[in-house]
Design a protein around this ligand. Structure first.
Ligand code: SAH
Length: 220
């Protein structure tokens, strides 16, 4: 791997650390995965800024420090099986793959999923399965999951995702309006689930059967 971005990447890791991500394993994972490899050429020069960046089709790669916060809050262990909704660029998918045993990731836009697959293959991530489809219905085939990360904002918590969590499993999902959401942490229990608000955030909409209808996007 060419390391012309090494200094910028180190600065990003420092920024993530300043934002309260202290776990070395997580910082190391962000150091291992070259974010520019997942982004369109036009934004390579900004790849190591702690900011969302456009990846085409009206979508964005999420802010790295927020992705790191997701991972820290979910308390992932190496043996975990993780479901990600909204593969997007595949960058977070790749970070997850370096931390847990298996990552399953669903993306509704085929071109993004294909491009993520190419980047993941280039980096030889062999423990990642990608699916093109509506992630609001989850991916029942490999359930239950120890953790679920939803990278798009939903009007409510999609029931199928709660169903596909293992007892003791954790899920992070932005819930709210199209303009702004609260990041919510869901913990599945033997009898149901607990919900707690983590922080305000703004994500692109989660579009699907248990998310926003496609028509609400085009009306605007
Ligand atoms: N983690 C990604 C975030 C991409 S933005 C990254 O950092 O690159 C969120 C993604 O969720 C977009 O690519 C969008 O197309 C996708 N998405 C929206 N609704 C979805 C749904 N119902 N199922 C799967 N993916 C969805």
């Amino acid at each position: 791997m060419s390391d012309r971005f090494a200094a910028q990447r180190r600065a990003l890791i420092e920024r993530i650390r300043e934002r309260g991500i202290g776990e070395l394993e997580i910082l190391r994972a962000f150091d291992l995965v070259p974010r520019h490899e997942f982004l369109p050429q036009a934004v390579h020069h900004r790849a190591y800024e702690d900011t969302p960046l456009p990846i085409g089709f009206g979508q964005t790669a999420s802010q790295p420090s927020l992705q790191a916060l997701y991972i820290q809050l979910l308390k992932l262990s190496p043996s975990d099986k993780v479901l990600e909704i909204g593969t997007g660029s595949g960058f977070q998918t790749s970070v997850l793959a370096s931390l847990v045993s298996n990552v399953y990731s669903v993306e509704r836009l085929r071109p993004l999923s294909l491009s993520a697959r190419e980047s993941l293959d280039r980096l030889r991530a062999s423990n990642v399965a990608l699916l093109v489809g509506d992630g609001t219905i989850g991916w029942a085939r490999y359930a239950p999951y120890d953790a679920i990360l939803v990278a798009a904002g939903s009007p409510s918590i999609p029931e199928p995702l709660v169903e596909q969590l293992a007892v003791g499993g954790r899920m992070l999902i932005p819930v709210g309006t199209r303009e702004g959401q609260k990041l919510q942490m869901i913990v599945k229990t033997a009898s149901g689930y607990n919900v707690r608000d983590v922080k305000e955030c703004t994500f692109v909409p989660l579009v699907g059967r248990f998310g926003w209808a496609e028509s609400t996007l085009t009306e605007r």
